[in-house]
Write a protein that binds this ligand. Structure first.
Ligand code: 3PG
Length: 212
């Protein structure tokens, strides 16, 4: 299950970070992402509707739905119960990592430093989310961190978008880009799913062209 989920994240190369304001929009939002070629979503536990949205996404066979902003072991349980196929946290939490591992769920812990990476390695982690990537130093920081941690895979997120996708993907250790630019809250709130689908398709095309 681990390698299958990570293989899908790597193949698609983009992890949309979704903040749900209205779970009733979930089904349309999932349709738009799939139509745009992005059958992946990190549903963040930042809003009251997150769990319901995660259920809607996770019920779909055409969608790899994970939980993001998972801060506690209890939230790992909630996410698993709602059908999450992977777990993402913004920072490094041993408790979150261990609970996910106990449940057999792939986990992408957040890191912001070499210390966090050491803690991740100690838990057997091979892939991490670098957050907030742009604030921390962007692609150059990943290059620096890859010197002592050459085997680590990075998912940069936070300020990542079409303008810097090339620089991030130029780092061999970057296996996918995370971000909200194709699922902007204002677009989703306005029900502009055509824009979500278009921005998703553009993101997919951009990553494909940069990897070619
Ligand atoms: C995340 O949790 O990865 C970020 O909130 C996404 O950041 P962005 O909104 O700058 O893409």
């Amino acid at each position: 299950a681990h390698e299958a989920a990570f293989a899908t994240l790597s193949r698609v190369g983009i992890v949309p970070v979704v903040v749900v304001d209205d779970p009733a929009r979930s089904s349309d939002l999932a349709d738009a992402l799939v139509a745009g070629g992005l059958p992946i979503a990190e549903i963040t536990f930042r809003t009251p509707g997150a769990e319901a949205a995660l259920r809607t996404f996770a019920d779909r066979p055409d969608m790899l739905a994970g939980a993001g902003t998972v801060l506690t072991a209890d939230q790992v349980d909630l996410a698993a119960e709602a059908g999450a196929r992977f777990i993402v946290s913004p920072g490094f939490s041993t408790a979150v990592v261990r609970r996910a591992q106990e449940l057999g769920l792939p986990v992408l812990p957040g890191v912001a430093s070499a210390s966090d990476l050491q803690a991740a390695v100690a838990e057997g982690i091979e892939r991490v989310k670098l957050f907030p990537a742009n604030r921390l130093g962007g692609p150059d920081m990943i290059a620096s961190l890859s010197e002592p941690f050459p085997e680590m895979g990075f998912l940069p997120s936070g300020g990542v978008g079409p303008g810097n996708a090339a620089a991030y993907l130029a780092q061999p250790s970057v296996f996918a880009l995370g971000g909200s630019w194709m699922v902007r809250r204002d677009l989703v709130a306005a029900g502009d799913m055509a824009a979500v689908a278009r921005l998703s398709a553009e993101a997919v095309a951009l990553v494909a062209s940069l990897r070619a």
